[in-house]
Write a protein that binds this ligand. Structure first.
Ligand code: 3PG
Length: 209
């Protein structure tokens, strides 16, 4: 599946931090039950890669991406474990080259028009705006669409249920990323139904487009 096919499967890509390996499979199933099958599992905890492997092995409906990729070695590992895409908070020549060499759909992060233009020069026209709210949010994306209408974004960072729709309405936004659908506390409490509910609400909000 191409990056754009992946990012148009669902309106929200949950940005996931897994601290307890036992949370991995029920979390993935809860998000999918609410209509969010595209998952970004961040490499921010010691169990992250193991969690990714478990979800890939046990939840075949999940479209599993690896997040917080900052080094080519991590990209190689993503490919080895069978992840379908990878996401970075930024863009480096080493990551760009490696993603090409190993042929994995890669979503690099940018924060400014110059970075977006550099990414486009390197062949990447679908980008993560990160951190989106701090970069200027909806008004920043509107302003970028004037001179750079061929660049599409998955804005991530500081987006929640109340701002979701405003972002999704923009012509240069394919989907948004966010952690609000997978709150830490709900995972610790085993409140999987709550996570499904938050996901369902996000999907319902997106239906108002
Ligand atoms: C992150 O860095 O954790 C992601 O950008 C998610 O941001 P959020 O927690 O503001 O949704």
């Amino acid at each position: 599946m191409s990056l754009n096919e992946i990012l148009t499967r669902a309106p929200v890509v949950p940005v996931i931090v897994i601290e307890d390996l036992e949370h991995a499979v029920p979390l993935a199933r809860s998000l999918i039950a609410g209509g969010l099958p595209v998952l970004e599992i961040t490499l921010r905890t010691p169990v992250a890669m193991e969690a990714i492997k478990m979800i890939i092995g046990e939840v075949p409906e999940a479209i599993v991406g690896v997040g917080t990729v900052t080094h080519p070695d991590q990209l190689l590992e993503c490919k080895q474990v069978g992840a379908q895409f990878a996401v970075s908070p930024g863009l480096t020549p080493a990551l760009i080259d490696c993603s090409r060499d190993i042929d994995i759909p890669f979503l690099p992060g940018v924060f400014t028009p110059s970075e977006a233009m550099q990414a486009r020069d390197l062949g990447f026209k679908t980008l993560k705006l990160f951190p989106a709210a701090q970069a200027g949010g909806v008004s920043m994306l509107k302003a970028m669409n004037g001179p750079l209408p061929d660049i599409k974004f998955c804005p991530t960072g500081g987006i929640g249920p109340t701002s979701l729709l405003e972002y999704l309405k923009l012509p240069n936004v394919l989907c948004v990323g966010g952690s609000w659908v997978a709150p830490k506390q709900s995972m610790h409490n085993g409140s999987w139904q709550q996570i499904t509910q938050l996901s369902t609400e996000a999907v319902m909000t997106a239906k108002n487009l």
